[in-house]
Design a protein around this ligand. Structure first.
Ligand SMILES: [Zn+2]
Length: 269
């Protein structure tokens, strides 16, 4: 029996726990996405509110195979300790690999201790894995390529000398497996950050829409079009008129298909 592409794509999805940006929002949680491919489940970022979305989705706490942290802004990592607390209370037992920049690991370990979640309490091991640009990770049925982005570069230049323990790295990811390729920008600083993601055409691009001009972003996407785009982390000024931003995207991006998913939406690929 041959499995149809639609049957296999049913087991490949990304659940958008939070599509919000860095500003507080009454109706959007902050950045967190669960990628699933067959039996592999990968959590990308843990923005504020993700534990509630995770619970609402009814996902087993043993199911997550690894966590990736794109960078240390709170809209991407502010829910991390609450998620670890959830795993402790729900009695997870499997070790959990957590990938983050080396200085982010030091900070997250200290934060878990500070919020009274020492390793001896948890009942499962957090396996800390340093993340660096250019890394290729094999996580079950998923392969991840890590690209550095310029998102925190100006802050690095202003503050790194005074705050050498702060992790100023930020990463984008290409997530691949048998028959699919998805690119995930997390937060970028310049359209040039997109180049490594678009080099080989992704079937889906999860693309932030806060830190680069709409026109420049769409021009870059039209020059190397992904099969489709889901815009997340959309800046609040764009959403003052959701119909308006959709119309502008059509003008700038057609015929590249795109969507503006909401919290909780599941996208198959
Ligand atoms: Zn962000």
């Amino acid at each position: 029996m041959t499995s149809s592409p639609s049957a296999s794509s049913l087991s490949r999805s990304v659940t958008c726990f939070g599509v919000g940006e860095g500003w507080p929002s009454g109706d959007r949680r902050h950045a967190s996405f669960l990628y699933r491919c067959g039996r592999t489940a990968l959590l990308l970022d843990c923005g504020d509110g993700m534990s509630s979305a995770f619970k609402a989705a009814g996902i087993a706490y043993e199911e997550v195979d690894a966590v990736l942290i794109s960078h240390m802004h709170s809209d991407h990592v502010g829910g991390f300790s609450m998620f670890v607390q959830s795993l402790w209370l729900q009695q997870r037992r499997r070790p959990l690999p957590v990938y983050a920049a080396p200085r982010a690991i030091t900070a997250l370990k200290a934060w878990l201790e500070a919020v009274v979640l020492p390793p001896e309490l948890l009942g499962f091991e957090i396996v800390w894995r340093p993340l660096r640009g250019g890394d290729h990770l094999r996580l079950g049925e998923i392969e991840v390529t890590v690209s550095p982005t310029s998102h925190l570069e100006s802050l690095r230049q202003s503050f790194e000398a005074r705050y050498p323990a702060t992790a100023f790295e930020a990463f984008s990811f290409v997530i691949e497996g048998s028959g699919f390729r998805v690119a995930h920008t997390a937060d970028i600083g310049d359209v040039r950050d997109l180049q490594p993601l678009l080099k080989k055409r992704p079937d889906l691009l999860i693309c932030e829409l806060s830190h680069v001009e709409l026109e420049a972003l769409c021009a870059a996407l039209k020059a190397s079009p992904p099969a489709r785009v889901a815009f997340v982390h959309v800046a609040r000024e764009h959403l003052e008129s959701p119909a308006g931003v959709e119309a502008r995207l059509h003008t700038l991006l057609d015929p590249v298909p795109f969507s503006l998913p909401k919290d909780g939406e599941v996208i198959t690929f």
